[in-house]
Design a protein around this ligand. Structure first.
Ligand code: IPM
Ligand code: MG
Length: 359
């Protein structure tokens, strides 16, 4: 099992180090190879996704990714910014299916900004299409407006587009995931305004014919944003496009109290995947040893389950994380007033200690 380790920027190095400790504590053998990605790769090699890093990611069975980005790169030309690394990996590896679970851990109901009764027991799965939509649609650019009320003025434009096979394949992933859970799928669109998302809705409806055991509902994205804070537990699996999924998955993550707890998987058709925490590089706390490593540790668990066929090891890690929470250990992001937070390393060590205690 060869794993490409790409820590990246900000807190990336610190949280990946804890996930590696946890992997090392399992009785499994991995071949780990590390490479530079994001801002650190730009500094060292002049590009956020160097050729060697991409090659390693392509050769490995799975990629464990930290985070990329820092405000100091905001003025760089777009193609050199750290974010291009993750976008490039998604595109080159065709990681079209992004799974973002939003689970509210029993001990953390108080950490949510919503009333505890709204989020207690929350367990939803957002499936975001990751390689199409306005993120990658061509053409895009800047020009003099060729027409319209402001013809001749400077303008910028992007293209929202989805092809039938792109929608079909993500719909299949979503229906199959729903089938293994509560058998309810909500497809989020903006069919009342956008041609792209009327097509999305039509194709998802067609694919539904193959999954009669799953209940499908369609919801406009603005309403979905509202329902997520009004009655989040009404959802089971949500499937949506790249941009709506970007927005709704942050919203859903925050319902659970801390984005620092949530892992994610980005999979291609062969089941190969990139695993990363749902949060970003948090440059404001980088190097301070206070970041929550649990999202990355749980991402490693997802990696074992989805790409490396080691479901039992994934279960063990998840149980160890729950045990640590039950013991009352909290990093600053999930700590309630009056209790003393633990640091990144202590949290990682505690997960390892619990793993060992399991036998
Ligand atoms: C995410 C992030 C990325 C995205 C950025 C870093 C390009 O926000 O993974 O959700 O927009 O997809
Ligand atoms: Mg995002």
């Amino acid at each position: 099992m060869k794993i490409a380790i790409l820590p990246g920027d900000g807190i990336g190095t610190e949280i990946i180090a804890e996930a590696l400790k946890v992997l090392a504590a399992l009785d499994l053998r991995f071949e780990l190879e590390q490479a530079a990605v994001g801002g650190v790769a730009y500094e060292a090699h002049g590009h956020p996704l160097p050729e060697a890093t991409l090659k390693l990611a392509q050769q490995a069975d799975a990629v464990l990714f930290g985070a990329v980005g820092d405000w100091k790169y905001d003025t760089l030309e777009r193609s050199l910014r750290p974010e291009q690394a993750i976008l490039g990996l998604r595109q080159h590896l065709q990681l079209f299916a992004n799974l973002r679970p939003a689970i509210c851990y029993e001990q953390l109901t108080q950490a949510s900004s919503l009333k505890p009764e709204l989020v207690a027991g929350l367990d939803i799965l957002i499936i975001r299409e990751l390689t199409g939509d306005v993120y990658f649609g061509q053409p895009r650019g800047r020009r003099a407006a060729p027409d319209g009320a402001f013809a001749g003025a400077d303008e910028a434009f992007d293209t929202m587009r989805y092809s039938r096979p792109e929608i079909e394949r993500i719909a299949h992933v979503a229906f199959q995931a729903a089938r293994k859970r509560g058998k309810r799928l909500t497809s989020v669109d903006k069919a009342n305004v956008l041609e792209t998302f009327q097509f999305w809705k039509d194709v998802v409806t067609e694919v539904h014919a193959q999954y009669p055991d799953v209940a499908l509902t369609h919801m406009y994205v603005d309403n979905a944003a509202m329902q997520l804070v009004k009655a989040p537990k009404a959802f089971d699996v949500i499937v949506t496009g790249n941009m709506f999924g970007d927005i709704l998955s942050d919203e859903a993550a925050m319902l659970t109290g801390s984005i620092g707890m949530l892992p994610s998987a980005s999979l291609n058709a062969a089941g190969k995947g990139l695993y990363e925490p749902s949060h970003g590089s948090a440059p404001d706390i980088a190097g301070k040893g206070v970041a929550n490593p649990l999202a990355t540790i749980l991402s490693a668990a997802m990696m074992l389950r989805y790409s490396l066929d080691q479901a039992a090891a994934a279960d063990r890690i998840e149980a160890a994380v729950k045990a640590v929470l039950a013991q009352g250990l909290r990093t600053a992001d999930i700590c309630s007033a009056g209790t003393k937070p633990v640091g990144t390393k202590e949290m990682g060590d505690a997960v390892v200690a619990n793993l060992k205690r399991q036998g």
